[in-house]
Design a protein around this ligand. Sequence first.
Ligand code: SAH
Ligand code: SF4
Length: 345
Amino acid sequence: MKGILNFTQEQLVSQFNNLKFAKFRVQQVIDWIYSKGVTSFTQMTNFNGQTQGTLSNSYCIYRPQISAIKKSIDGTIKFLLKLDDSLTIESVFIPEDHRNTICLSTQVGCAVGCKFCNTGYNGFKRNLKPEEIIGQVFVIKDYVDSWKDRTKRISNVVFMGMGEPLYNWNNVNIAMQNLKLGGEIQGLSPKRITLSTSGIVSVLEKIIPTLECNLAISLHAPNSATRSSIMPINNLYNLENLLTICKAYNRLHPNKLITFEYILLNGINDNTGMAKQLIKILHGVKCKVNLIQFNSWKGDKFVGSDEQKIQNFRKILVSSGINATIRHSRGRDIMAACGQLQSSN
Ligand code: SAH
Ligand code: SF4
């Protein structure tokens, strides 16, 4: 049985051609799946029994299984989702006044191994398939009833859950292309999607000319020595090359800003000197800086900077003309905040 969510629209055309279906059937199936959220071919009432039967025998419309749900007092909902091979991932629904965001995983675990990250600490298992990425969106839509209730509409997606999206770019890209297919109400334009990466320069080089979604880079340090000490990936793709590719991105996408994520870690990257170095290296890069409070997890070796230090750091950046904001953590009480996702609880 093939997972129909794994196929792009173009691939579906050739699939349906092989099944001897008329071409217009592709759009009909897409409407049922991506705009109406049906989970079985028998719900497709404009198809006769024979067509429904052929489709049901050939394809499945994937949903991961909800294994546990935790609700935060701030409305954030964390889903522990079980995949067909029993591995688990986490996805988060974050409701706000004017938008509902979901945070998606792209891999089971992560091989990048950033020292401050709980996902990295637990190691890498495997890449997610397109249907497992799209399935996270759909299972959350089913749960919060956003297929029918427009106030629950999912307006934004961030690839900031488990995994490094650029180490699974092919599948992430297919998922992103397919998520557009829901049309005006259920579709997700890449403009509303933000991909966060630890800075895989070799992949960035290939994809930035055609990258449609927003780009966030996990920077976390203003010099190579500090960055390497908390992000081993910096030994592979160093800061200088990363900033060069960021400037190339600016040239290719002149109307967009890159978001730099910067976790403030007490005594490591949070003093005045570091803020000044950051200003210096970001000179000439069109960007904003998102200062992030460190979210603690069992076994971590860091202390987050206190509120005063975070405010000071921000003030220094802002006084030099950098747009810097502080990211308020959501769902901290249920371990759903950035870097706290792991698949065991
Ligand atoms: N792998 C990608 C996307 C997933 S991580 C990346 O690293 O960008 C999403 C964000 O959470 C990143 O900015 C990451 O650095 C941050 N993060 C990881 N661990 C964290 C922690 N313990 N506290 C706060 N933010 C954390
Ligand atoms: Fe992987 Fe991102 Fe965590 Fe680093 S911060 S270990 S890249 S998930």
